[in-house]
Structure formats: structure tokens, C-alpha cells
Design a protein around this ligand. Structure first.
Ligand SMILES: [Zn+2]
Length: 367
């Protein structure tokens, strides 16, 4: 059990001007108490609490896209047929994105190559490198081919991935089949602009996590910690067509479908941002080195610039900014370069996407 926490707040919190800020803080404290979160985390969240009493122009970077409480990544390994037969269509029905770690030199992939080349990615799904054959690597040169070829094939299939980051997952192979050092692997990843995903340990569906409740508890942990969590799935149960066998570690549909429904429900109420691994990685890196400068804040216009220390070519994920606007603005139009977006004003603030290291962002009122 964690110790109880009491937080009096600074004396100025009693003044009416801070009433909204105080309410926001009380909400955070109640939330922290309910979730039994440590004091240090509560303190960090207090700093991030929406400041309804802030001056027009005051802007913060949301911790996750859309100001969701946490981030969650669904990962599917080994390019099993049930991925395009069951998983991708069920994800698409719910508007969910996952990352599929493919092996373009493996039998199951080659047999259904057309599905991977012209179907799955068109449903909004991302591909990750899981090596060409999933058979392991003999030496550094073999690793460069197994990893590099898989990356080249993905970038040849999915438009917009050339010279962009792609996710990587080392395949689990038999004893003695992985014959490079971690340093040699890292060198190949750097050369191919690949980002290593977090480890399988503790995150495997069927293997580590058996029920939808266990998997959704992992997702809820991301929201409670304002962090990122992920689940690695292999096969998904096929009910039709009636194949004589199921894919490796096939996740029962009676678990898989409630899991997706639960994730969608959490996404819809703002508890989770569900995205592919690279989008989440980019967001984290950009956010952690982001600075916002308010260039102008008048009754007619707010202008801000957003900088990040990340390289713009590889880190091009929009961050979510939250800006306080004058009370008289009913709605707002946000412009960055050639991108224009009408945005709702809610609680005196506007939430909008902005590209770091891009042109200045301007906000103007709209009726
Ligand atoms: Zn694998």
C-alpha cells in the first residue's frame, strides 16, 4: 500500500481568480487518491492540470495526442493469415490502428503476399520489421540482409515510409539461431532508421495475459500512469473460413473482440490514445524536448511557435497543443502553414495538432 497524501496547496488558491485552477487540482488529487498514485506523480500531474484561469495565449503540450490520459499500442507478430482474415477487419470496424511485424520471406507471408502488399496497410495499419524469414541470423552480414531487406520491402509497399522511421521487433528464435551482439543489431537498426519496440516480456497475449480483463487492465495502467503500454498478439482465432488449424497462439475471438471493444470505449472517452509504435515513439521524443513560445496574444489573434530538438525529417508527428483563448471566442480557426482546421472552444481552451519545427501556428476567432 502507498502512503496517504495530503496537499494543502499555496495560500493564493483561495482567491476567486484561481477557483478553476483549484477545482482542476482537486480533481487531480481525487483521481490520484482513487488510483493510489504516489505523491511525486500527483505533483507532476498538478503541474499539467488544465489552467482555466490562465491568460489568453497560455499554451501547453499535451502529454499524449488529443490530450488522452495514456497511450496504447497493439502489435501483431509473424504475418499470420488470421491477421488479414480477422484482426485487420475488426480493427478497421472500430477505427483502431495496430502495428503488424511482418516476415516477407516466410511461407505464410509469401502465400498471401497480395494481402500484405495491397490490403492491410490500406486499412490504416502500420508494418514493422520482424526480419525476412524469422529464422534467426548467422552473423552481422546476414543480420544486415534479414533486417535491411524486410525494411526495404515495407518501404516499397507503404507510401510515405521511404526515409522514415519504421518499427522493429527482434524475432524469438531457437537456441543458437541469433548470432549477433546487441551492438551489432543496434548498428543495423541505426543504418536502416528502425526503432526497437519494447520487449515481449510480460506483454504477450495468450502467453502472459489470458483474459480480456487482464489485457484491459494493462491499458488502464497506461492511463493511470500517464504512460504507454502495449500488447503483443500472435494468431487470432478463425471461425470462418473453416481452416483445419489455427495460427500460432491464436487468441480466442471471445477475448479478442471484447478487448477491441474495450480499447475503443477507452479511446472514445479520452482515456487512451491508440496508435502505431512509431507514432507513439515520435510523439514521446518530440514532446520531451518541446518548447512553445507565444508570439502574440490579442483579442483578434494568438500566434505560437512550437520547437522540438528532434530531427524534422524523421520526427514529423503532430503534437497536441492546448491554448487558452479569450472568453469572447465562440469557435476558432487554427492555421499552420497550408493546414487549416476549425476547432471547438471548450472550457476556455482549444486543443489542436501542431507540427514541431514547422511554421508558426495562428489562432483566430470564428463565429
Ligand atoms: Zn515472431
Amino acid at each position: 500500500m502507498l502512503p496517504a497524501v495530503s496537499y494543502g496547496g499555496p495560500p493564493t488558491l483561495g482567491k476567486p481568480i484561481f477557483a478553476d485552477f483549484r477545482r482542476a487540482n482537486e480533481t487531480v488529487l481525487a483521481y490520484c487518491a482513487a488510483m493510489k498514485i504516489r505523491f511525486t506523480l500527483c505533483a507532476a500531474m498538478l503541474l499539467l492540470a488544465p489552467r482555466a484561469g490562465a491568460e489568453p495565449g497560455a499554451t501547453r503540450v499535451a502529454r499524449w495526442a488529443g490530450d488522452a490520459q495514456g497511450a496504447f499500442v497493439l502489435m501483431f507478430d509473424d504475418s499470420w493469415p488470421s491477421h488479414f482474415q480477422v484482426a485487420a477487419p475488426e480493427l478497421a470496424k472500430r477505427g483502431l490502428t495496430a502495428t503488424f511485424y511482418i516476415n516477407p520471406g516466410k511461407g505464410e507471408y509469401l502465400k498471401f503476399r497480395g494481402e500484405w502488399e495491397s490490403n492491410v496497410w490500406k486499412q490504416g495499419q502500420a508494418y514493422g520489421v520482424h526480419t525476412l524469414t524469422h529464422k534467426g541470423v548467422k552473423d552481422a552480414a546476414d543480420a544486415a540482409r534479414e533486417i535491411g531487406e524486410c525494411a526495404r520491402i515495407i518501404r516499397g509497399i507503404v507510401p510515405g515510409t521511404q526515409n522514415k522511421l519504421v518499427s522493429y521487433a527482434r524475432p524469438g528464435v531457437g537456441k543458437g539461431a541469433w548470432n549477433i551482439t546487441d551492438a551489432e543489431e543496434s548498428a543495423v537498426l541505426a543504418k536502416c532508421q528502425l526503432i526497437n519496440r519494447p520487449p515481449f516480456t510480460g506483454h504477450g497475449a495468450v502467453y502472459h495475459l489470458k483474459t480480456a480483463a487482464e489485457m484491459l487492465a494493462l491499458a488502464d495502467q497506461a492511463s493511470a500512469n500517464s504512460g504507454m503500454e502495449y500488447l503483443v498478439i500472435h494468431g487470432v482465432e478463425r471461425l470462418k473460413p473453416h481452416w483445419s488449424y489455427q495460427d500460432f497462439w491464436a487468441l480466442k475471438q471471445t477475448i479478442f473482440l471484447p478487448l477491441l471493444d474495450g480499447l475503443k470505449e477507452r479511446r472514445d472517452r479520452g482515456a487512451l490514445w491508440i496508435a502505431d509504435h512509431i507514432a507513439v515513439h515520435q510523439y514521446e521524443r518530440e514532446r520531451d524536448t518541446a518548447t512553445v513560445q507565444v508570439r502574440a496574444a490579442t483579442a483578434q489573434q494568438i500566434a505560437v511557435t512550437l520547437h522540438s530538438k528532434t530531427a524534422p525529417q524523421l520526427y514529423d508527428q503532430p503534437l497536441t497543443l492546448i491554448t487558452t483563448v479569450p472568453a469572447a471566442w465562440p469557435k476558432c480557426r487554427v492555421t499552420q502553414g497550408t493546414n487549416q482546421l476549425p476547432c471547438a472552444v471548450a472550457g476556455g481552451v482549444v486543443k489542436y495538432p501542431a507540427l514541431p519545427n514547422g511554421p508558426p501556428v495562428t489562432l483566430v476567432p470564428e463565429n
